[in-house]
Design a binder for this molecule. Structure first.
Ligand SMILES: [Zn+2]
Ligand SMILES: [Zn+2]
Length: 328
């Protein structure tokens, strides 16, 4: 058994490859907490109603736990917390919804689940069954757009002032690299900069794990026995897989390069001017930069395939009813 290089007490569970230092779960937790709390301290404001987008996966579960700890140890901030799961309706999600409920209840945080089917009128499982093999898009592509829109709409209608997500360092470097390779400056700025005023109907996002490696998250969740789903979504497809591999290879060759890349991307994006003209989608009324939002474009495309009209505003009735009760 190798002892922790920092405290010398416990068994080491994680090796930082750029420094060569091996540390125990307690010391890793301290280090991750320090990085996450720095983000929360800089980006939360007193009185915030914080909705944690809590899928039940490892990242958002750790994000919820650290945000709850932060709220508890900063009573002067008067933060309210709510955990929300969007159930996309896949076999993969079913297990993680249960884990999300369990963690929220262990932490004493209110939790709500809203189904993609209820909000958008279709589930990703249905798409997985019904999309023809040669269809131009994968369920993953639809899921990403529909889930993001649902989470923002839920946050807005439930009265959250900010959304916390579990995106880690690896996710953000991948997304930034994808934005860069598409030449999408607006998306790059949106990914990396926290802005309070981003436009009517859009709720600002905070990513407390943005300087935390995915490997650190996975190690902590296992070592600390945090109730969370460890698997990767089986529907993940497309450009991200290739980019992830390239970035992981680079990190193997030059440990620390993910941190350097994210810092550099952030510096670049701070100097950029994002030109985002937000308006409301002509069909669903959700914020968008185009006349008809991407989700409605997708739903239009799926309506004929699924033989029913999916093109309508989101069903947020239950969310609105919850608005007055969840913040306690
Ligand atoms: Zn230690
Ligand atoms: Zn729309």
């Amino acid at each position: 058994m190798r002892k922790c290089d920092l405290c010398g007490l416990n068994e080491a569970v994680y090796t930082d490859l750029s420094s060569g230092i091996s540390i125990c779960a307690d010391c890793l937790m301290k280090s991750v907490r320090r990085r996450a709390w720095r983000v929360l301290r800089e980006e939360l404001i007193p009185g915030d109603r914080v909705m944690v987008a809590h899928s039940g996966g490892k990242d958002s579960s750790l994000a919820l736990l650290l945000t709850k700890e932060f709220a508890d140890s900063h009573p002067e901030m008067k933060l309210s917390l709510l955990s929300v799961t969007v159930d996309e309706g896949t076999f993969y999600r079913r297990a993680s919804v249960e884990l999300a409920k369990r963690l929220a209840s262990e932490l004493g945080v209110r939790h709500r689940t809203y189904a993609m089917e209820e909000i958008h009128g279709l589930s990703i499982e249905e798409l997985d069954f019904k999309l023809p093999a040669n269809w131009k898009r994968s369920p993953c592509t639809y899921c990403g757009v529909l889930r993001r829109q649902a989470l923002n709409a839920i946050a807005r209608e439930i009265g959250a002032t900010v959304v916390v997500t579990g995106h880690n360092l690896d996710d953000l470097v991948q997304t930034a690299a994808m934005n860069l390779s598409r030449g999408d400056i607006n998306a790059l700025v949106k990914t990396l900069r926290h802005e309070r005023k981003i436009g009517e109907g859009l709720i600002p996002r905070i990513r407390p794990l943005k300087m935390v490696y995915e490997r650190e998250v996975a190690t902590l969740v296992v070592a600390k026995g945090i109730p969370a789903h460890l698997g990767k979504c089986p529907f993940t497809q497309g450009m991200r897989i290739g980019i992830r591999r390239e970035i992981d290879d680079l990190e193997d060759e030059i440990p620390g390069s993910k941190v350097k890349a994210l810092q550099t991307f952030s510096l670049i994006s701070n100097g950029l001017h994002a030109d985002v003209q937000l308006r409301r989608c002509r069909i669903c009324g959700e914020p968008t930069t185009t006349e008809v939002c991407k989700a409605c474009q997708f739903k239009r495309e799926l309506s004929s395939l699924l033989n029913r009209d999916l093109v309508h505003p989101l069903n947020l009735e239950r969310v609105r009813r919850d608005r007055d009760v969840v913040w306690g």
